[in-house]
Design a protein around this ligand. Structure first.
Ligand SMILES: Cc1cc2nc3c(=O)[nH]c(=O)nc-3n(C[C@H](O)[C@H](O)[C@H](O)COP(=O)(O)OP(=O)(O)OC[C@H]3O[C@@H](n4cnc5c(N)ncnc54)[C@H](O)[C@@H]3O)c2cc1C
Length: 450
């Protein structure tokens, strides 16, 4: 039997775990998988992106826990590529490096006033209500009657739903405690979801739209009038289902005193106004013009509407962050690759959102990871494990601890997980999240000292 290959994955979201599963399933030579993760917690956007009121979707983490239990898998948290370790150091120690970094930042609107207080990226809001340590100190002022969410994808819907949902419902979820406090005191009565094109071009999925009908105390409104009257013969089935879902929602009788979730189509924010803080959003009105491929583009009619709003959430896309020394496509926001192999870089691979850009659901990353792993195994076939002469498994952990003394091991994460679940159990919630790195590390240390 040949010596095992040693592969390090950087990032432990869905793409990292699916890549690990594919690597661990390889026959000959066997693969040992180490994962390094910048946070003290695994699961990427399953923990810090997927909305807390979608616990079923978050339960995919059970599958990840099974993968993590494999004897050839090890996970190390609180290790940041670029801060604690470098690419070169990883390449010296491993046969291959797989980047599973996701898309860590957001796209900008590029309009005047975007920097005002009260204008925030969906990445921040989502991280805030999900207890991501980077966003725990975000101050989200919900003291105005109207919030505007810019974007027509599922992330925009998640944010709009979280802002509208009765906090009594959220109290049963793993929404971060600081967010529950702010949401409980929220003055928001209307959330305007703004899309530059029409309902037939929106990227929502039907399930997420239909679910809005179950929100207690929330009326859904679709504007402008007539926007749902579109000829449907040529439209794909998924789009027709979306239009039906929107018609059903819009046909419901209004409930006195209800919050309103308003879809305002064919509008683009052109300016945010306010004295230090957002007070108004200027919306440009659009009409649709087909391009040569038949795709409909939004064109400004020159008309303007001004709406009062104290909060604007920009949900126009996540964006990958470059890795020093690797190529990067700044427009698509991903690392260029061939079947997952980083262009021009032997032994370096990508999976998930940093490979494809920020599209696709959790399951999409499985097939995507398989493609990369197939390429990796084919590239390394016959070469066998490289004799790096530096470190082998037992010494790698020691090396990592030298780089990051507050390393979180699998066991450290299990200790954190137990503390969070126990606290959740007492309150009838899946978990109560620890939202600061120092508290996460303290939970790990307490366990180590027991
Ligand atoms: C708000 C939101 C809601 C979503 N809801 C759903 C849903 O309901 N259902 C669904 O199927 N899909 C949903 N998705 C899509 C799904 O989350 C993605 O398809 C998936 O998470 C992408 O996986 P990934 O591993 O590429 O990225 P991520 O999940 O982002 O994982 C990347 C990991 O890399 C780590 N990392 C980043 N940089 C470094 C570094 N320098 N060093 C070490 N580690 C690093 C990060 O901390 C993170 O853990 C949602 C996405 C978003 C944004």
């Amino acid at each position: 039997m040949s010596a095992p290959l040693h592969v390090v994955l950087v990032g432990s979201g869905p793409a990292g775990f699916y890549a690990a599963a594919a690597l661990l399933a390889a026959g000959e030579p066997e693969v040992r998988v180490d994962v390094i993760e910048r946070l003290p917690t695994p699961w990427g956007l399953v923990r810090s992106g997927v909305a807390p009121d979608h616990p079923k979707i978050k339960s995919v983490a059970d599958t990840f826990a099974q993968i993590a239990a494999h004897e050839r898998f090890r996970w190390y948290g609180n290790v940041h590529l670029g801060r604690d370790v470098t690419r070169e150091e990883l390449l010296q120690r491993y046969d291959a490096v797989v980047y599973a970094l996701g898309a860590q930042t957001d796209r900008r609107l590029g309009v005047p006033g975007e920097e005002l207080a009260g204008s925030v990226a969906a990445t921040d809001v989502v991280g805030w209500y999900n207890g991501h340590p980077d966003y725990s100190d975000l101050t989200l002022l919900l003291d105005g009657a109207r919030a505007v969410v810019v974007g027509n994808g599922n992330v925009a819907l998640d944010v709009a739903r979280m802002l509208c949902t009765d906090v009594a419902e959220l109290n049963r979820t793993d929404t971060a405690d600081h967010a529950l406090d702010v949401l409980a005191a929220s003055a928001v009565r209307e959330v305007l979801v703004v899309g530059r094109r029409g309902p037939a071009q929106a990227a929502f999925t039907t399930l997420e739209l239909r679910e809005l009908g179950d929100l207690a105390g929330v009326d859904v409104v679709v504007e402008p009038a007539g926007v749902l009257d579109v000829p449907e013969d040529e439209l794909p089935r998924a789009v027709r289902r979306n239009l039906d879902a929107l018609r059903d929602l819009a046909a419901r009788p209004p409930t006195p005193g209800a919050r309103r979730l308003v879809f305002r189509f064919l509008r683009s924010p052109v300016e945010l106004r306010g004295d230090g803080h957002v007070q108004q959003v200027v919306l440009g009105c659009n009409h649709l013009v087909p391009d040569e491929t038949g795709r409909f583009l939004a064109r400004d009619t020159g008309e303007r509407e001004v709406v009062d709003a104290a909060l604007v959430v920009r949900s126009v896309g996540y964006l990958g962050v470059p890795v020093e020394g690797l190529p990067f496509d700044p427009v698509a926001g991903h690392i260029p690759h061939e079947q997952g192999q980083v262009v021009g870089h032997e032994r370096e691979y990508v999976v998930g959102w940093i490979k494809r850009g920020p599209t696709g659901v959790i399951g999409t990353n499985k097939k995507d990871a398989r493609e990369t792993v197939q390429r990796l195994l084919a590239d390394l076939a016959g070469e066998g494990a490289r004799d790096t002469g530096v470190d082998r498994p037992e010494r790698l952990e020691q090396w990592l601890r030298g780089k990051q003394p507050e390393l979180v091991s699998d066991l450290g994460w299990q200790a954190i997980d137990e503390v969070e679940r126990r606290a959740g159990h007492r309150q009838g919630r899946p978990r109560v999240k620890l939202v600061r790195t120092r508290d996460l590390l303290a939970a790990m240390r307490d366990h180590d000292h027991r």
